[in-house]
Design a protein around this ligand. Structure first.
Ligand code: HEC
Ligand code: HEC
Ligand SMILES: [Cu+2]
Length: 485
């Protein structure tokens, strides 16, 4: 007895389900989605994505062959009468074939996978521009970013220059987190007491979504961040801005009142002035001691490590990347962090939230507005007031080299004789300096740094912007640049 193939209602439904599923899956793969791994914006993500597709198509091929064989066998040898077919077991040739073929397939997949893993663990390529070093530290539930060479600290928004490799040292202060920026690279675990490494290059300016990809506790899904990729010049301006004191607030203004309230209620955990000369090493010490204080009394500590608030108004998002950083959201956050994000250590520990039974801030609405106005007024003031980091120890040349990077001279002056960025390359400057003007080489260099407009090198414009640099630091810089050959 033969059955005829009749599309029944059931079959239609059975086809609809995979069709719908496929639509959803394909929609999720849209490269436009902010967290799509297919919207490559850099070589690491691209290599990983292409490797995935390579393996995917091999898997599709295997799937079609195997499923095809099953379907063929099911139809070809379906039950036609009551007779039991001839029973056969084992076929040595077939057994060997289906052992060897998958081994070859696995080997083909293994080669590019292992090469890819090596490439990514080796760190950023050294032949694609000056490498930016960043340290990313996971905390429940936010990210801290340190720039050891620029002596800048920030949180939840990591700024990088476009087109330059970025090396990121990953670690965690509490539990295991994972650093993942789908469009740039990912994911690598952030493990306490263990440094992992990830690197990427952002090829286009933009704001890239990042997310903790390791279940780390109640607010894990709300532990997000952004990578903000700027053209080199804007990146250097951001760095300079992070080292520039804000415009002073008008006496009696809401922001000024907020400053006092912030100092009383918030500053034990949040640093807001990392532009100060010795701020970088101090912040690292303070974050460690805040953490130690919390660890010593996990239930009742009134202190815990917290996001750095320097230039807070420049942040795009609030609460580790989950809400727009508007005045309204900021007021909501300060009033009751729970309203935006559950389980923050801010609400669990800050004294100002422990004083009321409902765990809301023990502050008047006016006071909360003052604090919000203060934070939203924190932006770099006059950039020529930038404060160079305090660099001690080492020889003058060594200190000069660190200053050269931390002030951002390297953003405009290349260390390669044949490359011009914004200003002339400084290679061989020791020989040229004495011939530029009637000044001695030393005086000319001092003048170039203190008063760049006094003499303009042929073929360049008066576009050198540098902070007021203390005289001994100018000496260190000169000691360094005159060694460049
Ligand atoms: C006990 C330490 C502590 C105190 C005191 C504290 N905070 Fe926080 N704050 C934190 C922690 C921890 C976070 C990170 C919360 C998270 O995202 O999970 C945070 C986050 C924030 C954020 C969001 C930052 C960002 O980049 O997303 C703001 C704004 C903020 N706090 C403002 C304040 C204000 C205003 C006060 C004073 C009224 C204050 N905090 C007092 C620990 C503290
Ligand atoms: C924003 C870009 C920019 C930055 C930052 C910058 N410079 Fe310059 N610099 C220039 C330009 C453009 C010139 C050429 C025009 C001029 O002479 O002012 C120049 C000229 C010079 C010269 C003279 C070169 C020559 O061949 O005579 C020296 C020396 C110098 N810079 C040192 C420094 C040092 C040291 C720093 C860091 C403290 C620094 N510059 C930061 C853009 C910059
Ligand atoms: Cu996490």
């Amino acid at each position: 007895m033969q059955h005829r193939f009749i599309p029944s209602r059931f079959l239609k439904l059975a086809l609809l389900v995979p069709a719908l599923a496929a639509t959803f899956i394909i929609a999720a793969c849209s490269p436009q989605h902010p967290q799509s791994t297919f919207g490559y914006a850099g070589p690491v993500a691209r290599d990983q994505g292409e490797l995935f597709l390579f393996i995917f198509w091999i898997a599709v091929f295997v799937f079609i062959v195997v499923e095809g064989a099953i379907i063929y066998a099911a139809i070809r040898y379906r039950k036609r009468d009551e007779k039991i077919p001839k029973q056969v077991h084992g076929n040595t040739k077939l057994e060997i074939t289906w052992t060897i073929v998958p081994s070859i397939v696995i080997a083909i997949i293994a080669v590019p996978t292992i090469i890819g893993i090596w490439e990514q663990q080796r760190g950023a390529p050294t032949d694609q521009g000056d490498i930016l070093e960043v340290e990313a530290i996971g905390h429940r539930w936010w990210f801290e970013f340190r720039y050891p060479n620029q002596e800048v600290v920030t949180a939840n928004e990591m700024h990088v220059p476009v087109g330059r490799p970025v090396n990121i040292k990953l670690t965690s202060q509490d539990v295991i987190h994972s650093f993942w920026v789908p469009k740039l690279a990912g994911k690598v675990d952030m493990v306490p007491l263990n440094d992992n490494l990830i690197w990427f290059i952002a090829e286009e300016p933009g704001i890239y979504d990042g997310q903790c990809a390791e279940f780390c506790g109640i607010a894990h899904a709300h532990m997000r961040f952004r990578v903000i990729a700027h053209p080199e010049e804007d990146f250097q301006n951001w760095i300079a801005g992070m080292r520039t004191p804000p415009e002073p607030f008008e006496a009696g203004s809401s922001a000024q009142q907020g400053q006092t309230l912030f100092a009383t209620h918030c500053k034990t955990c949040h640093t807001d002035d990392s532009w100060r000369q010795d701020a970088y090493s101090l912040e690292i010490q303070q974050q460690d001691s805040r953490w130690a204080t919390w660890l010593a009394d996990i239930e009742d500590s009134r202190i815990v490590s917290a996001p750095n608030m320097t230039n807070y108004s420049q942040r795009h998002f609030l609460g580790a990347g989950i809400k727009e950083n508007s005045r309204e959201n900021l007021i909501r956050w300060i009033t009751d962090p729970n309203d935006i994000k559950i389980g923050t250590s801010m609400q669990d520990h800050a004294a100002v939230y422990q004083e009321r039974a409902d765990n809301k801030a023990n502050l008047s609405p006016q006071e909360i507005e003052n604090i919000a106005d203060y934070l939203l007024a924190l932006k770099p003031g006059d950039i020529s007031q930038i404060v160079a980091p305090l660099i001690t120890g080492g020889t003058p040349e060594e200190r000069g080299e660190q200053l050269f990077i931390s002030i951002g001279c390297n953003a405009c002056h290349s260390l390669d004789a044949d490359t011009t960025i914004v200003g002339p390359s400084l290679v061989g400057i020791a020989d040229r300096a004495g011939t530029r003007t009637s000044l001695s080489a030393d005086d000319y260099l001092r003048q170039s740094i203190n008063d760049p407009g006094a003499y303009i090198v042929d073929g360049f414009t008066n576009s050198m912007v540098v902070p007021k640099i203390p005289p001994d630091q100018v000496n260190d810089l000169i000691a360094y640049i005159t060694t460049l050959e």
